[in-house]
Every structure is written in C-alpha cells, then in structure tokens.
Design a protein around this ligand. Sequence first.
Ligand code: ASP
Length: 444
Amino acid sequence: MSVKVCKFGGTSLADGNNISKVAEIILSDPSRKYAVVSAPGKRFSDDIKVTDLLYTCYKESVETGDCSETFAKIRQRFHSIISELELQFDIDSILDRTEKEIEENKDADFTASRGEFLNACIVAVKLGWEFVDAKEIIFFDKNGSFDEKKSYPLIERRLAKAKNAVIPGFYGTGADGRIKTFSRGGSDISGSIIARAVNAEIYENWTDVSGFLACDPRIVYKPEKIEVISFKELRELSYMGANVLHADAIFPVRKGDIPIVIKNTFRPEDAGTLILPSKKYTPHGNIVTGVAGKKDFTVIYLEKSLMNSEIGFARRALSILEREKINFEHMPSGIDTLSLVIESKYLKNGTLEKLVEEMREELSPDYIRVLEDIALVATVGHGMAANIGTSARLFGALSAAGVNVRMIDQGSSELNIIVGIDNADYEKCVRAIYKEFFGDKNGK
Ligand code: ASP
C-alpha cells in the first residue's frame, strides 16, 4: 500500500478544535500512516507560540532557576487542549516532570523541543496511534548536521513495526546524546526526513495557507497561487524569502524523488501547491513561476584591467571572505569586473571597511566601489529558458516603472534572473515584474 507522511504545523495544532480537524483529515485517508507534528502555535495574531514560551522558560531557568510562572502558561495551553478534546489523559505527570527537567537541565534545545514532544503525545492519544519519539530515530553528527546514514535505517526499521505513528517534529538526538533541535520551523525538515525514510508516495505538509503564491501578498494584491512548482524553482523562491516551507525541508525528499504537497488544514478541499522533482515536472503555461526577494544586501564591486588573465584573482578575493568568515550570496562577474553580494547584517561594526581595506591591499584593483542598501529580486521559472525575450520584457518593465537596476545576475541554469536594486525601489520592482508576467488583473 502506498504510504503518505503528513506534517501539521503549529497553527493547525494550536487548540483542541484544530487538533480535531487534523484528526479528521488524517483518518479520512488510510494511506496517511505517519504524522509529524509541531508544537501548538498561535491561536490569534498576538498569541504566543508554545515554542517561544519554552525559550522564555529556558532563559528564566538559567537566570533564576525558576520558570514556574511561564511554565504555568504552557500548562494552561495543554490543559485546555485536553479538555477541548475531551481526552482521558493524565498530562499533569508529564508536565510536572518536564518542568523539573527544564529547570535542572538548563538546556535550550531540550527545553524548546518539549512543545513538539507534548503535542505528539496528545495527538497520538486522540488518534489511538503509537507515539514514536524522534530522539530514538533522528540523529545529528558531530558537526550538528542531520546524520542520514545513521537515521534512515533506524527510522525505517522502527516505523515498519508500527501500523501508524505520531512523531514529534523539530528535534532528534545530537552526537553527544542530548536532544538537539533543527533551526526554527524545523518540523518541516523532520517530516521530509520521515517521508524519505519510509519512501512515501508523497509528503503532505499541512499548514494554514493553500500553498505558495506567485508573489508576496503584502506587495501585490491577491497574487496568483502556484499550482505546480519544481524543487529547483522552489529552492530559488524559498531562499529568497517565500517562506511557507522551511528552506532545508526540500533536500531529504528531493533526494528520494518524493513530491511534496502544501495543503491548508482549514480548507482541505483546496488543491494546494504540488512540488515536484524536476524529472516529474513539465513546465506549464506560465513563463515565470514566481517572484521573490529580500532587502539589505551590500555589493562590493571590484574592477581591474586584464582581470580575466590574472590567475587566482577570484580565489584570492574569496579567501579574504573565508578568512573573515563571511558568506557571500552571489558573485556576478565580467571580463574585468567582479562583484560580491553579501548580506549587510554580516558587515556591521567596521567589518565592511576592514574587508575593503584587505581587498585593496591584497588584490590591487584599479577601482573598488561599495553599494549599500541593495535589495535582490529573483524572477524564477523553468519557462524562461525556452522563451526568447524574457529578459527584454523584464528589463523593459523595470525601465517603464522607473526602477534603476544596479546589478544583474542570471543563473547558468536559466531558471532565474536576479536583479539588484535600491532598497527603496523594492516594492516597485516586485510589482512591475509581477504585472509584466502575470498581467494587470491583480496589480495594485
Ligand atoms: N515549533 C518550532 C518552531 O516554532 C518548530 C516548528 O514548528 O516547525 O519553530
């Protein structure tokens, strides 16, 4: 029988009423054999996520050894979930033990992971399914990366023994034997790992929106929904800020050629967005699949005559960054020019000035220029490669909108065109590109 792995996010599990909806969804399809869950999220806009309350508990136990006041709020959240679900489940003994462990261990990752742990216990009771703790099956290596060699066989073996299982997301066991979490939003990664390990037919990621939009709805009014997208396109878009799914969640399922579908717990009838491995993906009618971007980059532009024939120039430029432990995002280059695009947050407190000085000394460029307050906007779509004139349309639209393009980077995959513009032009730029490729009907 084909197997589906479904992951539910914090909003989908924020209270008892929502958990009932989730249980209905899970039980409506017998191929949904394994469920991965987040901690209870926000019930209303200024509510506090249980994970955030837990981080506060950690801070308090380090500072004063007592987190009882904040923990009482967590207790209250789980109590109301249990009573809304009308479950016969003695959660108090688990909560008492958890509070004590948080205060004694003073361990940030352990503390943060307890929201997923407790919620998974509850969902398992609600469904009458087995609870399988992530700490037994998901492992990290000594560099803190997910240890696939160790984890996949363990997950496969353990889950083969369970007819159905609920698994807490977000954490596993570190190389030192202690609980370790992924970065925030990491339950998406846990779900992807489980899907890969059991070779699922599909990884269902249930959230509170009906999939990805072609553009940020805060910039363009009611942008089109993306029905189908490839892993590669999604990688570009989510890296640039389209954040329905944790950017790292793509990798485990991508390696196993397992599709992902983003579904809405509150509108399960909506088709959602289907994310397909490239070999299963056929480009659809749109030339462009989506537009996304980020503000606050700095570009260091180096010019030197005959740079093209100076062996090792780029390597030396990059080794200066490596020495200073600075990551660069893009490196567009010409015959005699090289630009390094770096997130501005890494260049504070004199770091930029130090870098420029070192580049001047070690690379002897003819000219070095720094552009600050730059935003990057990526226009992404497999369709661009096959359609002549896409960049002409894009740059024509930007020129008509009065956006000054400061930098251009077209990836060699012909999957995206990235433009660097002033932060101040960011919204105008995104709107102009969206309008050019998706039409005016929704443009604001
Ligand atoms: N609960 C964790 C967080 O808020 C992980 C997750 O929900 O994916 O980041």
